[in-house]
Structures are given as structure tokens and as C-alpha cells.
Ligand binder design. Structure first.
Ligand code: ADP
Ligand code: MG
Length: 293
């Protein structure tokens, strides 16, 4: 690689809003065969909105939402924030911050609200808490089939309903996937979200492979597994949880509007947050390598 061609490539990248950390990152991108995209915040806006409140145990919907939103008020997770915002927009008054609150990464929250034990989260989380939530599952799957993220709710050990949020797919995501396909790359989605929700979003975007219900600490392992299959992998993500996977990938790509640690772990940063930049970076890498050879 001549320093000049690298410099030209890096300069062209910068013009297109792609920050490239050195020549190795630029050259590496032409050998890729698989691009793994984080769902939340990368393919979607990462600003979910509350869409459904379904009480299944005779509790009024408003009371269910009040308990759930009060439990989530200590949450810093976008899902929790969406629920709290949605409750406020619907004029639901929240209880005082619970004396007990715990957030379980990739699972949900546990809180005491007005002396009642409230759990909000996915199936795995409720299972681990010893709740038999089977009765909630069909409704959850129905919500997930339309791309919404369902969260199951238990109060004092009883399953009492669900709430769901939806995260809007970014306008440019489908085109980003098309461009990656036209460069001959396989496209996968990696998420902690529900499998059905992820599959619905993947179908909408034409994504080939879905890695769902992955715990926050296991994202890097999923990348390692693909590499063990012989794939040369780019990982694209925005969150703190994505940083180890970005570092593990052959090329890590951070969304510039995301967490600083993601950008530190990445080889490339898409400054404006436009995922179409991934295809542009691969094309740029190919052009650079052609010039070198
Ligand atoms: P992602 O990979 O999409 O960023 P996370 O790993 O943060 O997802 O979360 C995975 C899943 O854990 C969510 O889809 C949800 O089911 C559950 N979860 C996480 N945080 C919360 C919360 N505050 N309230 C309810 N459920 C939650
Ligand atoms: Mg994310």
C-alpha cells in the first residue's frame, strides 16, 4: 500500500462522512464478505415509542401502565424511557420512585411500586424470576410479528399483561442493505431483541440472517462464531454494548451519533450516522486497493 493512495482514500472517506482509522482499516474493508448490523439505533432510529398496553388479568389498562412506567422510571434503557414518556403523554401519573429498583441488562427491570413487586421484561427474564408467563406469550408473539418489541409484566408474582414499543426503521436502512448486497456481501442483523421482532424487521429490510436474543455480553462471541466459519466480518453498531463486538470484527464500524466507546473501538466511524456509509466504505476500499495493485 502506498501512503499516497491511502491518503487519497482516507480523504475521500472524510468527504463522505466516513472517518477511517489508518490504512489497515481502509484496506481491510475490501476483503469482507459479511456485514453484521446492530438493530436498535443502527437500522432503527433507537427512539422507540409506546404502542400497546394489554392487561390480561382484569387490571385496568391505565393501572397496568402506571405500575409499569413507575417501575421503569429509574431505567436508562431506551425501552424504559419510551414507556415513561408514553405514560406521561397519556396523562398517567407515576408513583414515587420505588424504594427498590434494579435493571438487568438484556432482561428487564425489577422494582417495588406502592409496595407491589413489579417485573417488566422479556420471557427469559420472567422465567429466571420464576414467573410462569406462558399465558402472555401468544399476545407477545402477535405484537412481535409486526416488528414491535413486547415486554411482559408481572405484579406480585402473577403475570398481568404486556406493553409494547415500536422503533421506526431508518429511511436509509433498506437502501444500505441493497447496496451491500450489490457489492456481494451477506448481511446479518444482531440484536438483544425478541427473535420474532427481529425477523419482522429483517424481512422488511431484506436482511439474510438474524442473530436475535443475544445477551449484551455475548455480541462479540457471535462475531467470533462467524469468523470461525471462515467469514471476514464487519460489525456495525452504536451502543456501549456493541464495543467488544466492534473490536472483535475484522472491521468495526461505529455510528457517529452513538456512544463514544463504540467509536473508540471502531476502525471506521460514520460521522452523520448514515448506514449507507458502510457500502461506500467497502467500495472506497476496493478502489484504493485497485490503485495500489
Ligand atoms: P439491543 O441489543 O436491541 O440494544 P438490549 O440487549 O438492550 O437490546 O435488550 C434486550 C431485551 O431485554 C429487550 O428487547 C427487552 O426485551 C429486554 N429489556 C432490556 N431492558 C429493558 C427494560 N428497561 N424494560 C423492559 N425490558 C427490557
Ligand atoms: Mg443498539
Amino acid at each position: 500500500a502506498t501512503p499516497t493512495s491511502i491518503m487519497v482514500g482516507t480523504g475521500k472517506g472524510a468527504e463522505a462522512g466516513i472517518l477511517i482509522k489508518g490504512g489497515e482499516a481502509l484496506e481491510g474493508a475490501h476483503k469482507l464478505d459479511t456485514v453484521v448490523l446492530d438493530k436498535t439505533g443502527t437500522l432503527t432510529r433507537g427512539k422507540p415509542e409506546l404502542t400497546d398496553v394489554v392487561a390480561t388479568d382484569g387490571l385496568p389498562d391505565g393501572e397496568l401502565l402506571r405500575l409499569v412506567a413507575s417501575a421503569e422510571r429509574g431505567s436508562e434503557h431506551p425501552l424504559g424511557e419510551a414507556i415513561v414518556r408514553g405514560a406521561k403523554e397519556r396523562g398517567v401519573g407515576l408513583a414515587d420512585a420505588g424504594e427498590e429498583f434494579e435493571a438487568v441488562a438484556g432482561g428487564g427491570v425489577r422494582a417495588t411500586v406502592d409496595g407491589r413487586r413489579v417485573l417488566v421484561g422479556n420471557r427469559r427474564f420472567l422465567d429466571e424470576e420464576g414467573i410462569s408467563e406462558d399465558g402472555l406469550v401468544p399476545m407477545g408473539e402477535k405484537l412481535a410479528a409486526s416488528g414491535k418489541t413486547p415486554m411482559l409484566v408481572a405484579v406480585d408474582g402473577r403475570p398481568v399483561g404486556l406493553v409494547a414499543v415500536a422503533d421506526v426503521v431508518r429511511e436509509e436502512s433498506a437502501e444500505a442493505v441493497r447496496r451491500l448486497h450489490s457489492l456481494g456481501l451477506e448481511v446479518a442483523m444482531l440484536t438483544g431483541d425478541n427473535r420474532r421482532t427481529a425477523e419482522a424487521v429483517a424481512r422488511e429490510l431484506g436482511i439474510d440472517r438474524v442473530l436475535a436474543e443475544v445477551r449484551p455480553g455475548d455480541k462479540a462471541d457471535e462475531v467470533r462464531r462467524l469468523q470461525a466459519e471462515g467469514k471476514r466480518v464487519a460489525m456495525v453498531g452504536d451502543g456501549i454494548n456493541d464495543a467488544p463486538a466492534l473490536a472483535q470484527a475484522d472491521v468495526g464500524v461505529a455510528i457517529g451519533t452513538g456512544a463514544d466507546v463504540a467509536m473508540e473501538a471502531a476502525d471506521l466511524t460514520l460521522v452523520g450516522g448514515d448506514v449507507r456509509g458502510v457500502a461506500r466504505a467497502v467500495a472506497l476500499s476496493k478502489a484504493t486497493v485497485r490503485n495500489i495493485k
